[in-house]
Design a protein around this ligand. Sequence first.
Ligand code: S6P
Ligand code: ZN
Length: 186
Amino acid sequence: PPLSPLTITFGPGNATLEPQGQVLTRRMSDLEGLFVDGHAWRQAVVDGDPVVYTVVSSPVPEVPRELPQSITTIYPGDTGGEFWMTKGHQHPDPQGEIYLGLEGRGGLLLFDGERAEWLDMGPGTIGYIPPGWAHRSVNVGDEPYRFLAVYPGSAGHDYGWVLAHGMGLRARRGDATVELVPFGAP
Ligand code: S6P
Ligand code: ZN
């Protein structure tokens, strides 16, 4: 059944949504095959398998016609020089999605299979993901990077697409700022 109207508020530090739905925790071991440096990835799994990001959802379910929301928190770090990031996905039913930056410094990497785009994200930035663009978020700072996502409940999540097609670019720790390199570069 559809939900009744409700308010949802940001919890302390914009870290949660209240009321809260499910909480997803992604550790390094959940990110196999995503960092270009597989040895550094394996070493990080052995060295404590850190939490790379969490996703806290509101109670709005991922079903057609609903409009779910979630807060993603990506912790700061890099693996083999590649900034910590989300798995990234494509929506099988292509539909737009909105991200709102809440805390920290991040980036939104978008790839449509040919073109890659990078959007700088921070508190107050709205990043728009057009239909058909795969998306991955990256923490490029020293603090947790948090953002709110709002997306159609029928969109679905295809993680295999990114494993098959890549994301066009990778975000590496540069001298002063983020360095974007071709996806296949070591
Ligand atoms: C959902 C939206 C976000 C991500 C979250 C984690 O459409 O884009 O809530 O699910 O940032 O990323 P990922 O790639 O592991 O789902
Ligand atoms: Zn999405």
